[in-house]
Design a protein around this ligand. Sequence first.
Ligand SMILES: [Zn+2]
Ligand SMILES: [Zn+2]
Length: 385
Amino acid sequence: MRTRDAVARDYYGILGVDREASDDEIKRAYRKLARRFHPDVNPDPEAQEKFKDINAAYEVLSDDRKRQIVDLGGDPLAPGGGAGGPGGPGAGPFAGFQDIMDAFFGGAAGGARGPRPRTRPGADAILRLELDLQETAFGVEAPINVDTAVLCTTCSGAGTAAGTHLATCETCGGRGEVQSVQRTFLGQVVSARPCTVCQGYGTTIPHPCPTCAGDGRVRTRRSLTVKIPAGVEDGMRIRLAQQGEVGPGGGTPGDLYVEIHERPHDVYSRKGDDLHCRVTVPMTAAALGTRLTIKTLDSEETVDVKAGTQPGSTLRLRARGVPHLRGTGRGDLYVHLDVRTPTKLDADQERMLRDFAKTRGEEVAELTKQGGFFSRMRDAFNGHA
Ligand SMILES: [Zn+2]
Ligand SMILES: [Zn+2]
């Protein structure tokens, strides 16, 4: 055993952490070093000394009171050191045995875990629901079919056949785990692993329920109605509390999430709560101005197209979009105007349009039926235009 002199040991240095290290950082540093220098892993005598130091450092730094003594320049593990510290048996590097076991087995060591419960909470479930824009915009009560595990009504979740009971597992005596004892440098180390006979439950089902085979739940299809509020959007999820999977052993059901999928609309495309649509107007109407009747999601609106409207112009109909999910009000409806150029002009129409162009001073070259535009271009380049 190393002799300790009056000089306080550098516990922070031993763990390689700084003086401001958090409890978590200290624990992490300790685990890392303990794994490396544990005598079961590293039989080297120097490693054993190192392991003792590591344990001592962890014992001190993981204890607020002892750490305070260190921070004040004392050594809580030194004989008589540290203002009436624990001292006596139980102090010293091995006092932290439980901590060592915690570090190695991740939590309560030994038999403290006990059998795991047969009844456990159920998982959440998710369901995809396709809706039309009309339904997402104004809300709907949608019927849905849900496939989940539900409570077994034959055994009410117990998993046992009528008139029978759970039996204590003979292999583990009901503890749910079997222990093995190892002799190590630290003394006896007791490790435990789940009992394979009862899968850690500590009990067995000698006569399982014939309906659920002991699971306490069965899969089935249910019909529900889900109330979709106005203004929901593609990808949103509605939570139905405790309508998910019933847990093993009839455990509390998880939640059911209904995920909204909005079908594309023939006329409107949606951006947030705004709607967009395209309306085609003839060139003459765009030039002269006109009045349009626009069918919105839930009404008909009359809007004026100003004279001289250009292709790609947009009309905005306020509050004719999708109602906001939270709060009041609605998005807007944007009407994008496409201006259509007339095609298939008859001779009269063509003449009128040429006359019109002439009065506007707009030069319009005349294309021949045979030559077409391309040959005229070529002629232009050859100087024959
Ligand atoms: Zn059952
Ligand atoms: Zn068992």
